[in-house]
Design a protein around this ligand. Structure first.
Ligand SMILES: [Zn+2]
Length: 465
């Protein structure tokens, strides 16, 4: 789908808007949609009419934007998702969006167009219908271009996370990271990982025939006043390891690298977004968790990069082990802030469902800022508690800690575990997207599969430093 800026309303479908209680910009639509059919214009509703040659466009699609005074960017995104879904339903190929009264929201409109057009049909013989081109009037060029960068970043993330594990291996993620322009990227292989004392990450990777990769991408522009590390959990497939998951829980475990996919999408976008005077590191400890003959075992004691020892209580709590070493590595870079994003705990899904991501961290201001940024970015984040009692549950008789505690409060226990690998001088936020990154049925503006969770929030966050 091509996005362009245009003033030419001669197209297949002209998309116009209607606020509740107001007329539209087209007389035809006012006559038929508003006066004859009482189309109200509630947010996301649509009304299609043929123009029979009365204006240059073949059809007019009227899109409700709700009440004018309640309009915001995320509502425009939602309206555009509904718009594009309707355009696909009528098999339209070209459309021009000519909205009045929404001029500030070009970026949000373009993001909505990308979300609405998206389906993962790579492996289908019969492809889904997609738009060829969508034009926008009245929005400013910079906003449109920013929307394209965000939209394409989400697209990349969703594609990577939707790919089967057979394709999206640690090696493949490393190849992708190396191919991104404008970044300095280093890939560490199995031997390097051992040499770098990443005993926790290495242990998780041992049961798979796919070799692990530790990926470090670096973006730097101008005179960095702030240095941020973004870490994405990269379990390319999670079988649970020796503590094997039941079949039904394993079905979608190709999604266990959604955090990594998010970081790849964000890092690839930086060279186009060009945030100034900032250094951003993208870090992924990529591997599979499999029960092969060299697999790590319950009762094993692992030593993480910072020297702390971990008793393996459950091999299916592997994400935090890989993140532990990635967090140590990030802290050694002496960054100011670390954000990790991970499909980490089923407990987070139980607590918050599939629409809201859990947030924890060691700095209240940074947590607030992330939650606020998410809100403006169309994502829902909710802070989960971090108290000593959750850490007490991780006590081990034979090591510094166990990798799991009780089932209750499991998202917070995982947060307390990760905190052990963050140094006090680094501000840190952990985002648990176990429920939100991948949908088993459509929800809100998203179709089945990956949602690109975290991409909009993290891009807005690093762009606004
Ligand atoms: Zn697991």
């Amino acid at each position: 789908m091509d996005i362009k800026i245009t003033n030419d309303l001669n197209t297949e479908v002209l998309v116009i808007n209607k606020f509740e209680g107001e007329q539209t910009s087209q007389e035809l639509a006012n006559t038929y949609a508003v006066e004859k059919d009482n189309f109200e214009g509630k947010l996301g509703t649509t009304y299609l009419l043929h123009t029979y040659g009365k204006i240059p466009a073949d059809k007019i699609l009227v899109v409700g934007l709700g009440k004018r005074e309640e309009l915001d960017g995320n509502k425009i995104t939602e309206a555009l998702v509904k718009t594009v879904k309707k355009l696909k339903q009528i098999k339209a190929k070209r459309a021009v969006v000519d909205f009045d009264g929404a001029e500030r929201y070009g970026k949000y409109a373009v993001i909505g167009a990308y979300i609405g057009d998206y389906t993962f049909d790579k492996y289908k013989t019969q492809k889904d219908h997609h738009l060829d081109e969508i034009g926008f009037t009245k929005f400013n060029e910079a906003d449109i271009n920013e929307g394209i960068v965000f939209g394409q970043a989400m697209l990349l993330t969703r594609n990577i996370a939707n790919e089967p594990a057979e394709y999206a291996t640690p090696t493949k993620l490393a190849e992708m990271a190396s191919s991104f322009e404008g970044l300095e990227t280093k890939i560490y292989d199995k031997e390097d990982i051992k040499k770098m004392d990443m005993g926790a990450f290495y242990a998780v990777s041992k049961g798979s025939a796919e070799p692990p990769k530790f990926i470090h991408m670096k973006y730097s522009n101008g005179n960095p006043k702030k240095r941020i590390a973004l870490i994405g959990k990269g379990l390319c497939f999670d079988s649970g390891g020796m503590d094997l998951k039941p079949a039904s829980s394993m079905l979608t475990m190709r999604d266990d690298m959604s955090g990594a996919a998010c970081v790849l999408g964000v890092m690839n976008a930086l060279n186009k977004l060009k945030p100034a005077d900032i250094e951003i590191h993208g870090i992924i400890a990529a591997c599979e968790n499999m029960p092969g003959q060299h697999a790590y075992k319950p009762g094993d004691i692992l030593t993480a990069k910072n020297g702390k020892t971990i008793e393996v209580d459950n091999t299916d709590a592997e994400g935090r082990l890989t993140l532990a070493d990635a967090l140590c590595y990030a802290c050694e870079l002496k960054v100011d802030e670390v954000i990790d994003i991970a499909t980490l705990t089923g407990a987070c899904v139980v607590a918050l469902g599939t629409a809201v991501s859990g947030v924890m961290g060691n700095d209240e201001n940074m947590i607030k800022k992330i939650i606020e940024t998410a809100k403006c970015s169309g994502e829902k984040y909710w802070e989960l508690p971090m108290y000593q009692e959750y850490r007490d549950g991780l006590k081990s008789e034979i090591a510094d800690m166990k990798n799991t505690g009780t089932r209750n409060g499991g998202a917070s226990a995982a947060g307390m575990f990760l905190k052990e690998f963050v140094t006090d001088d680094v501000k840190w936020v952990h985002i648990d997207v176990a429920g939100t990154a991948f949908l088993e049925k459509p929800q809100g503006i998203f179709c089945y599969g990956s949602t690109g969770a975290g991409v909009r929030t993290l891009l807005n966050y690093v762009a606004k430093q």
